[in-house]
Structures are given as C-alpha cells and as structure tokens.
Design a protein around this ligand. Structure first.
Ligand code: NAP
Length: 313
C-alpha cells in the first residue's frame, strides 16, 4: 500500500440505481481523496467493485470503510442511515434527506451522539451559478421571486414507481431542488402562504404544484412545478430587486444579471458534494439543513388538493 492509498478515504455506495451510476460513481472516481471500496446492492452493484447483499453484511465485513453514501429512494433511507451511523460510519444522504422531517432530525441527533459526520446533500446548491447568486442578492432589496421548474416526468423518471408512492414526493422530487436553491440564495427565510397540489387520480403524489411564499419587507415568492412539460425543459429562478433582475437558469448552472450573462465556475454538482463530504469528515462536522423539506411538508400540510387525469408511464 502506498502513502497515497493510506490518505484516501474508503467509501461505500448503497443503492446502485440511476443517480449512483449517472453521478456518484463518476464523482467518487474523480476525487483523488476518495476510493469506492464497496457497494451494497440487491441488483448486483458495479462491475469490479466488491458488493454486499445487505448493509449489515458490509458493516460487519468492512470495518475499515469509514463512510457510506446512500442513493436509494427516500422512503427506505432512514433505516440504512441509522444502521450505518450506529456502526460509527460517516453518512451522506441523497436529496431529499428522508421521507419525513422528523426522521432527518433524528438522524442529525444520532450522528451528533455517535460523533460521526452526517451530510444531508442538496446537489442543486452546488450548481455553478448558485454561490454567485447568493452573494449578489446578499445586499439587495428583493421584491419578488418567480420559480418555474417544469420538466417531463416520462423522460427523467421512467418506470420509477417509488416516486409516485407516499414519501416519494411526486413533482416535489425535482421541485425540492428549486427550494434548496431558494433557501440558499435568499438572505432571510420565507414561509409558505398557500399551495395548490394537483394529483393524477390514480397516483398518491402530485404531478404539479403552485406555491406562494412571503418574506420580510413584502417579499413575495411564487413557484410553479409541473411534470407534464414536453419539449424544452425549464428550471429557472428569477429574482426582481430594486437594483436589478437576477436570473438563474438551467437548474442554477447559468446566471444573468439584467440579462447580462455572468461568468460562473464550479467543480460540478456531485464532485463538489463529495469534496464537501470529505471536508466535513476531516473537520468533524455535519451539515443537515431541512429548510427545503420543511417547505414541502408545509405544502402537503396546507395545500389545496386538485385532481387531474390518470398518469401512466
Ligand atoms: P432509482 O434508480 O429508482 O433507485 C436507486 C436504487 O436504490 C435502486 O437501483 C436500488 O438499488 C435501491 N433501492 C430501490 N428501492 C429500494 C428499497 N426499497 N430499499 C433499498 N434500496 C432500494 O432511483 P434514483 O433515480 O437513483 O434516485 C435515488 C435518489 O436520488 C432519490 O432520492 C432521488 O431524488 C435522488 N436523485 C435522483 C436523480 C435522478 O436524476 N434520477 C437526480 C438527483 C437526485 P440496488 O438495486 O442496487 O439495491
């Protein structure tokens, strides 16, 4: 073993599905401080990487693996996270961090008690334009924010039944990405004032949602989430201030002020998430922000329910 090997943090991925293959595996592979040492996968895992059929088997067989990253749907995540934390491992959670707010807070407290890192990730906060947007808005008088997050569910989530089941969030699965950016870039919190959630008559989760929020000084925020958009996809946030208009587009990747594109740079969302996970572990810290999930919970708590035609994949 070389000195470089000794410096690397061994990490295991649990739940090898779409996001693990599209983003997590390449991001870990591109981070010289991390090494994908094993997977936990019921379907077989990743070619060339040691796989375990259950998390319990991994934890028992590989006490040297200090960190696990959980990539399964949110409904199943709590039990895995609690088991890993109790075994003294650092844990990274895909978004949304859980199916309920209280389970995420429980995990936060459990991690603190065990002295391990818990990182509840919000990948969209690591999009290239988000940090610059936050810094530009910090001193501005923001009057109105408009969010349009509209995409084609058949393209992005084909056959993902869990997303339509309780705890899967429906259109809030992408919508919470917009809320994670909103809660990151606004200098002060907002609160939900009304919501309309549209459910296909054969599904347990909404296909569209319209939300309104209020903030200090008369700030109003409107958000429209819709999964029925075909053709060009829309992931835009517009913030009108008394000193100019900010537009984040393409999910936060692009930033313009008064229609003038701004230079932005970043590692990429998932490479930056793993850089931060390693940094949190090194510093003995955790990062668990439930603000986006609270807004979704409020929408389910107070939202008017509308019914629309059945949805079939
Ligand atoms: P997915 O492909 O449908 O499922 C991920 C994997 O989780 C499955 O392949 C399976 O892995 C495991 N799994 C599924 N159900 C499970 C259960 N009941 N218990 C334990 N493990 C289970 O989902 P995904 O698209 O990767 O999404 C997973 C998470 O990533 C979600 O929270 C989603 O919001 C987030 N995310 C997804 C995307 C995207 O573009 N899809 C983007 C950003 C974030 P094994 O067969 O290996 O056990």
């Amino acid at each position: 073993m070389t000195a470089t090997d000794l410096d690397r943090l061994d990490i295991a991925l649990v739940g090898v599905g779409k996001i693990a293959r599209d983003q997590h595996i390449p991001a870990i592979g591109g981070n010289g401080a991390l090494h994908l040492a094993a997977t936990v996968s019921r379907a077989g895992g990743v070619e060339g990487v040691e796989n375990h059929a259950s998390l319990g088997m991994l934890l028992q067989a590989r006490p040297d693996i200090a960190a696990v990253s959980l990539c399964m749907p949110p409904q199943a995540r709590y039990d895995y996270a609690a088991e890993a934390i109790r075994a003294g491992r650092h844990v990274m959670l895909e978004k949304p961090p859980g199916a309920t707010v209280s389970e995420v807070l429980d995990l936060r407290d459990l991690a603190a008690a065990q002295g391990v890192t818990l990182f509840a990730t919000w990948h969209s906060r690591h999009a290239a334009g988000v940090a610059a947007a936050k810094s530009w808005l910090a001193e501005k008088d923001i009057r109105r924010v408009r969010i349009d997050w509209k995409e084609d569910v058949r393209h992005w989530h084909p056959g993902q039944d869990w997303i339509w089941e309780p705890g899967g969030l429906g259109v809030f699965d992408p919508g919470i990405n917009a809320l994670s950016i909103l809660t990151e870039i606004l200098p002060a919190p907002v609160h939900l004032t009304s919501a309309e959630l549209t459910f296909p008559e054969n599904r347990a989760q909404p296909i569209a949602a319209d939300l309104r929020f209020a903030g200090a000084g008369g700030l109003s925020v409107e958000a429209g989430f819709d999964w029925r958009q075909t053709g060009p996809q829309t992931w835009d946030i517009l913030a009108e201030t008394t000193q100019g208009v900010l537009r984040l587009s393409e999910g936060g990747a692009k930033l313009a002020i008064d229609d003038v594109p701004q230079a932005v740079a970043g590692l990429g969302e998932y490479p930056d998430l793993y850089r931060r996970f390693a940094h949190l572990i090194a510093g003995g810290a955790s990062d668990v922000d439930v603000a986006p999930l609270l807004h979704v919970a409020d929408a389910f708590l107070t939202g008017r329910r509308l019914t629309t035609e059945p949805f079939h994949d």
